[in-house]
Design a protein. Structure first.
Length: 354
């Protein structure tokens, strides 16, 4: 019995030395292999996007297939519908969208000056505040400004990346088509590649991930689309400028739980209040009504409670996501948390069963 302790200490020390050696080798070789990984990542991005799009469209194909439509015809129907919607958006929506962006860019400097002058009017009041409150106000305003600057920088980098990636993104529809067409073949390949003793467990894991992640993503995208349409109609009826642009922004940020409604409403409210207090108040009422409709009717019916996550965990995930990845981090935080929860539950079940 006494000889086991030195042996265990030796084994642990040897494993620690091996891990340190591996980390050191990776750190040493990383500058040389990093360009290769960047090239591989640029190649994998279209494949990953096509896989995500095929994953989101798969339930529609299955639904049409259950109605007696052959799989290939169902795929062609979905593709034709998507091409028709995209064509309509480009023909009718893109000119109005571009016009509103150009108009917003023309008047944005003047509106920013008005906002700055309005904030400067509160400086005498801020100077009379206690020192610690004034310091906190300055810190909060600085954090807000840095967050907005970071968000605009990321949006600009996303647009530039999309423009540069147009040649590689052309292959995405073809990849989506073959992913959907050869879905059964891909399942067979994954099934035979997986070791037999893991097949049943990984099948249950994939089913739970699909129920938690897929249902949430599909439902949240549909809810965001409805919120965007309602926001565009409401802002247009109120006569708020850039209704299409602001409504699309409200719908896009609605994907972010809790904070998305606030982030999306700020530009619309600022635009409306710069016109008049009455228009700003009416805009606030319309946006509150839309968010109440989204929170109490649309999300419970369309999304449901597929995540089963405590609100505090969601808030913490959003805070971590915005610190690590900014806008992309906030968008991916909740789905990532859902996948992590399912993974941990399956790992715990595996450990307990063994």
């Amino acid at each position: 019995m006494k000889s086991k302790k030195p042996m265990t200490f030796f084994v642990y020390s040897l494993l620690l030395f091996i891990w340190i050696l591996i980390i050191g080798v990776v750190c040493f070789l990383w500058p040389f292999v990093a360009p290769l990984f960047q090239k591989l990542w640029s190649i994998l991005i279209p494949v990953l996007i096509a896989g995500l799009v095929a994953y989101l469209l798969h339930p529609f194909i299955e639904g049409l297939n259950q109605w007696g439509i052959p799989r290939l015809q169902a795929i062609l129907i979905v593709f034709a519908s998507a091409i028709g919607l995209i064509t309509l958006a480009f023909v009718f929506g893109l000119p109005a969208f571009s016009k509103q962006i150009q108009s917003a860019m023309d008047v944005l400097p003047a509106q920013i000056d008005r906002i700055v002058s309005f904030l400067h009017s509160f400086e005498p009041t801020l100077n009379r505040m206690p020192a610690f409150l004034k310091d906190h106000m300055d810190e909060w305003s600085g954090n807000l400004q840095s967050f907005l600057e970071q968000s605009f920088d990321q949006l600009e980098s996303i647009l530039i990346t999309l423009i540069r990636s147009i040649p590689s993104l052309v292959v995405i529809p073809f990849l989506v088509f073959y992913f959907l067409k050869d879905h059964a073949l891909l399942k067979k390949v994954v099934w035979y590649v997986t070791p037999p003793k893991w097949r049943k467990r990984l099948s249950l894991y994939a089913k739970d991930v699909d129920h938690s992640f897929g249902s949430f993503i599909r439902g949240q995208l549909l809810v965001a689309l409805i919120v965007a349409l309602l926001s565009i109609i409401g802002l247009w009826l109120l006569g708020v400028p850039y209704a299409v642009l602001l409504g699309l922004f409200i719908g896009a940020t609605d994907i972010i739980p809790y904070f998305g409604a606030i982030i999306g409403a700020v530009p619309a409210l600022i635009t409306a209040f710069l016109i008049s207090w009455e228009k700003g108040l009416y805009t606030l009422i319309v946006l509150v009504v839309i968010q109440q409709l989204e929170g109490n009717v649309l999300s419970p019916i369309i999304v449901g409670r597929t995540l089963h996550l405590h609100p505090m965990m969601i808030v913490l995930a959003l805070l971590i996501g915005v610190e690590l990845g900014g806008i992309w981090g906030m968008l991916l935080a909740v789905p990532g948390l859902a996948v992590l929860k399912v993974t941990l539950l399956h790992v715990r079940e595996y450990v307990q069963s063994n």
